[in-house]
Design a protein around this ligand. Sequence first.
Ligand code: ADP
Ligand code: MG
Length: 701
Amino acid sequence: MADITKVTEIYGSLVFDSDTMKERLPKDVFKSVQKTARMGSHLERALADIVAAAMKEWAIELGATHYTHWFQPMTGLTAEKHDSFISPTDDGNVIMEFSGKELIKGEPDASSFPSGGLRATFEARGYTAWDPSSPAFIKDGTLYIPTAFCSYKGEALDKKTPLLRSQEAVSKSAKRLLHLIGRTDIAHIDVTVGAEQEYFLIDKDMYKRRKDLMICGRTLLGAPAPKGQEKEDHYFGVLKPKVAQFMHELDMELWKLGIPAKTKHNEVAPAQHELAPLFETANIAVDHNQLTMEIMKKVADKFGYACLLHEKPFAGINGSGKHDNWSLSTDSGENLLDPGKTPGENKQFLLLLMAVIAAVDDYQELIRLSVATAGNDHRLGGDEAPPAIVSVFIGDELAGVLKSIEEGEVYEGEDKVRMTWAHILPHITMDTTDRNRTSPFAFTGNKFEFRMPGSSLSMAQPNVAINTAVSEELDRIYDKLKDVPLSEQSTAIDAILRRMLRQHKRIIFNGNGYTQEWVEEAKRRGLLNLASVPDAIPYIKSDKIVELMEKHKVLSKEELESRYEIYLENYIKEIHIEALTLCEMVRKDISYSIVNYSRIVAQDAAGKLKVDNTLKCTYEKDILKRLDAAEDGICSAMDQLDADIKKAEALSDPLETARFYRDVILEDMNKVRGFVDAAELIIPNEYVNYPTYEEMLFSLR
Ligand code: ADP
Ligand code: MG
């Protein structure tokens, strides 16, 4: 274990953060950089040269030899190309150089990143542009500079650009509205985000023997273990010693990068865990979540584990999500979604709360499609994760507050219950909301928690959706209030809240989201239920979404159309690769296991019959019969899958193709799996060519 007193020292030690800048930059330069970072203002070239020089000095002192523009293309992963600082001198030596120009702008070849038609191949050039609001850091001997990535014509080819634009939009809209209602003290508003990250750890050697996990991130075959999560004994359970060590080292690595990892625990499924950081401004939180996922894998590898970030690595047990905790905060750190002691009288809070509720209702499809991926389709609507129907949970107390607003009454409120479970223990006042784990979008006391994102998703997407939709609702409220005389403002706000509540209360649901009754009730309420990627993604091109995104300058029509293409393409490719991997595993691994084991059993029976030909060989015959039936089933299901893959390859329209993969290929794959898993159940582990669920899920030490 590391020396605990050192934590405060190592925290952020590899980050060019504001303390480091303050130390190393002239005062006026430091101030300009701070302003650029926080307000998004422009930084002069001359100043950039000074910042670059200081960054380089600092990086070299910490052993860096290279720098990279680090960006987030539409693959959902991060990308980097490393350049060294060396520059030749006349005398044949080198010096270490890094200019403001190199800091601000990069020109990676964009042709190998998905662009969804935005960039013709002859315009292969793309640009990366320094994002001064996210601090540079050092990793593996390279100085990492967070950047945005766009095409030659300036269209966003990444996830960061729309996030920055949406942050700006909601920040501007919120500030304007709050100024109107008297909060002229607020200079700036930030979006705050805390991303809780779920993941699985399994033994690395086993992982390497599963082609499906290696290639697709999830198991495509595998009979259930005799024990799954039904005993509910893993959640918050005692950490296994090596897992605890892994988590400790992970924390240390994250802390060095200034990532405020805070909470860690076992999750519901066996071998499943969670890490939650303290919240930060959205852009930094998103960058940090990308880094967290990467470092998790790296540290896991060191401990002989594989870290699985797929949404559904194992059938039949919980998959992994990523909770997006979201709020707005002023420059002085005031949380704008804090209800205070008397939420019923807190108009500022009620307006913001109502704006979020309205945003989720009016833009359900946008919220839903922001988390639509092939992996997440396996999870949403299962008994483990929120349903594909978007709704908002606000809890009993706020429901009471809103009800009194709707009915035009004064909210009496109930004395907050004080809980005492034993005299010796402290009194605890209850939160404004209880926990409702089944809600996709829950108000959790002083922030919203969006629970639909899948574990591997870039947090940029859901936050772009929430920021933009909320921005629109704030603007609508502003428009209704802006001409009201100050003396009538309070009454006008009440009327607005009442009207909005009547209009949007259908989205509020405080019950159990996992039930069939809710599915039916939601249908009666007219809520959308977009079960899969091909159901959700087409909305990205709808007039309504295009209008919203263009109005708030977050994404243009062309940028949205490119995303439509990319998201569908990603979906198609992912299932296509899964289908091919399944074929490979069936033909090479399970077929071999079945044939091999059948031979052993048959030889055994033949041997017995040689000794005494009246023996019945009941076991052997039964096993052979069942294996034979499985072989038969596998062969015909595989023929079907082969034929359908050919059909799929011949399709061209992306939406039609995506639907075909969902309706036909995934079904074919399930059929194959059914027969394979039945065979696996009767073959002893030593003859199965890959580790079983039981071995993978219960082997952590
Ligand atoms: P739980 O979800 O278990 O109730 P917490 O409420 O402590 O746990 O926080 C969960 C996550 O929400 C953490 O990442 C935390 O930093 C984040 N969070 C807390 N307050 C805010 C806020 N105002 N804005 C954004 N995220 C927040
Ligand atoms: Mg939570």
